[in-house]
Design a protein around this ligand. Structure first.
Ligand code: AMP
Length: 289
């Protein structure tokens, strides 16, 4: 029993987790619905992140269904670039998610600190994301809310997709307006049916943002961002100096017709990815926080 990790406990359906199983450490951050703490499982000494969400908040924002869906999807996924949800427990007031600890924090922090990323770092993250999304799509999961704030980094600078709050498990076309403005695909802006190709669009947006520091269709207000997305009003500023191969990949992802966007497999084979991405998905520069 002593050497059991939360992961192995989590597979034991009879294990009722509670706060007494953990030593709580420093706060790691605060989200919209709760706080996240560094913690150590008492018996195994296994380090985790505990996300504490107050039931009052869940009821106030009516996110019961969203949270349950997030928990069910995230526990079922096993991929090196997807943050593990080992298990959860609750008491009268709180729900606590037992998450894999991402030492490097948010990728957003690295992007804001450095302004923009090197082509090696950007290609490594796009490759990691593509591999994780290929895995998700294979399990009929569309993420729909991939943005730098939902991407965490581990101790080696390996990217981890977190936060499955907006994801759906479906093999049918969906028609629900959701996601964050700048990352929305045109078919979502126009409230049309959408499928896995929305995640491929987002990869194009992220690739641009990694290399230039801002998403491509940023505007003064929501209406103008919508207009720019629908028109595919895409331009590449002269600075920073970005390679033609990177621009080629972005242009093949930010395509209005979802069926004409580069497939995930083709992204992984793209010359810019092959030339720049670290094959192990490790990006040490991101540790420089
Ligand atoms: P969230 O409620 O998921 O938005 O998380 C709030 C903040 O806590 C984020 O901004 C992260 O910086 C931090 N955080 C969340 N989950 C983890 C984790 N698993 N490991 C490390 N930091 C985390």
């Amino acid at each position: 029993m002593e050497s059991k990790s939360p992961e192995s406990y989590a597979r034991d359906p009879n294990k009722p987790w509670s706060m007494v199983d953990f030593e709580i450490g420093r706060p790691l951050g605060k989200g919209k619905f709760g706080r996240v703490y560094l913690a150590r499982e008492v018996k195994s000494k296994f380090i985790v992140a505990l996300k504490v969400i107050f039931k009052e908040q869940i009821e106030k924002y009516k996110i019961q269904h969203q949270l349950r869906r997030e928990m069910e999807i995230q526990t079922s996924l096993r991929h090196p670039n997807i943050l593990r949800l080992y298990g959860w427990f609750d008491d009268d007031e709180r729900i606590v998610l037992i998450l894999e600890y991402a030492y490097g924090g948010e990728l957003y922090g690295v992007l804001r600190k450095n302004g923009y990323l090197t082509e090696q770092a950007a290609a490594t993250y796009i490759s990691s994301l593509s591999q994780a999304l290929a895995y998700c799509h294979g399990k009929c999961v569309i993420h729909r809310d991939i943005k730098p704030e939902n991407l965490l980094l581990d101790h080696e600078g390996r990217l981890k997709i977190a936060d499955f709050g907006w994801s759906v498990q479906s093999s049918n076309k969906r028609k629900t307006m959701c996601g964050t403005l700048d990352y929305l695909a045109p078919e979502m802006v126009e409230n049309k049916d959408h499928d896995y190709a929305v995640d491929n669009w987002t990869l194009g947006i992220l690739c641009y943002e990694f290399l230039y520091g801002n998403p491509p269709f940023e505007a003064e207000n929501q209406k103008d961002t919508f207009k720019r997305i629908v028109k595919i009003d895409l331009s590449f500023p002269p600075t920073p100096n970005v390679s033609e191969e990177a621009k080629n990949l972005i242009s093949q992802l930010l395509v209005k017709d979802p069926s004409k966007r580069l497939s995930i497999q083709k992204i992984l084979e793209h010359p810019w990815i092959v030339k720049n991405a670290d094959p192990k998905g490790i990006c040490p520069q991101s540790q420089d926080k």
